[in-house]
Design a protein around this ligand. Structure first.
Ligand SMILES: *[C@@H]1O[C@H](CO)[C@@H](O)[C@H](O)[C@H]1NC(C)=O
Length: 299
């Protein structure tokens, strides 16, 4: 009682609390368009399909760069409708590098210029770099940490995510996953496979046969979100283990609506007949990725 009275009098008589309180309650701003669509504001984050860029960092316009998987940089990817960015990071000169130094700052600049957009980051951590000591400060320095969504239940079931409108209204519109090393010590860096399952990657089969390839944690596959690895590889040297490179020559077909929908359909039986959450492509500037994703979202 004593505590309640003190709190009440603080609220009533402290002018600064009042000043902060009144405009907040009388002028709540609500998002009306979310990720480009009014309908998506009311839809749960876990019930939306997002276009994804595989190895988003590895963009190059040089056709002789064998490691490239994208032709346009992250800003252009985001402008094309990509809302999930995937990539690997490595340590170089004591800093976490995403191939291009300004990568995360470009993402932040896009988010600042587009306040009605929710973006997912799914990074891999092949060198087991420390999440609290290296990953977190990297996100902090880019300004992304304060936009990062922190779930209340962990792991979050696919159906339990808030709506895009809610995330945008709260300014928590970046979801960050790491494939390994996310041990809970940093609340916004989530262990990917506790939340998302993926089908096989580096497919050389243009039919992309689906199965649950990587998954973890207590939740069942249908309670996870899911990602389709819709990027086709070709074997450059078909002897021994071979050398797989991304198949640029087939990108128009691979990234066509029919190939993407067929792949999504093949995975739906593992996802309670739902569309995939993430459609990850190479060469996002080629083909019809955004159109396929719009179809999967029912538009
Ligand atoms: C969203 O829900 C609708 C209706 O149940 C379903 O058809 C669609 O596949 C779902 N999409 C995702 C990505 O879960």
């Amino acid at each position: 009682m004593q505590f309640k009275l003190t709190l009440l009098s603080t609220l009533l008589f402290s002018s600064s609390a009042l000043a902060a309180w009144v405009p907040w309650s009388s002028n709540v701003k609500r998002a009306t368009v979310c990720n480009g669509r009014a309908e998506l504001c009311r839809r749960s984050y876990g019930n939306v399909t997002y276009l994804g860029a595989h190895n988003s960092f590895a963009s190059s316009t040089n056709p002789f760069s064998l490691a490239r998987t994208q032709e346009v940089d992250v800003t252009a990817q985001l402008r094309l409708g990509v809302r999930m960015l995937q990539g690997q990071a490595h340590m170089k000169d004591g800093q976490l590098r995403f191939c291009h130094t300004y990568y995360l700052r470009k993402v932040k600049a896009f988010l600042d210029a587009n306040p009605g957009e929710v973006v997912t980051l799914i990074f891999t951590n092949p060198e087991g770099i420390s999440v609290p000591r290296v990953w977190k400060p990297t996100f902090d320095n880019s300004g992304i940490s304060r936009l990062a969504f922190v779930p209340t239940s962990r792991p979050t079931k696919r159906n339990d995510w808030p709506t895009l409108g809610n995330m945008i209204d709260r300014g928590k519109r970046v979801v960050v996953f790491l494939d390994s090393g996310a041990d809970g010590s940093v609340d916004f860096i989530l262990p990917e496979f506790d939340y998302i399952w993926e089908d096989p990657f580096s497919s050389t089969d243009k039919n992309f046969p689906c199965r649950v390839d990587r998954i973890r944690g207590p939740l069942s596959a249908p309670d996870h979100m899911n990602m389709i690895n819709h990027n086709l590889n070709t074997n450059l040297i078909p002897i021994g283990d071979g050398v797989l490179i991304s198949d640029r020559a087939s990108a128009e077909t691979t990234n066509g609506v029919s190939s993407i929908l067929a792949h999504a359909n093949g995975c739906s039986r593992f996802a309670a007949n739902r569309a995939p959450n993430f459609v990850m492509l190479d060469w996002v500037n080629v083909g019809q990725g955004a159109a396929a994703v719009a179809r999967l979202n029912g538009f």
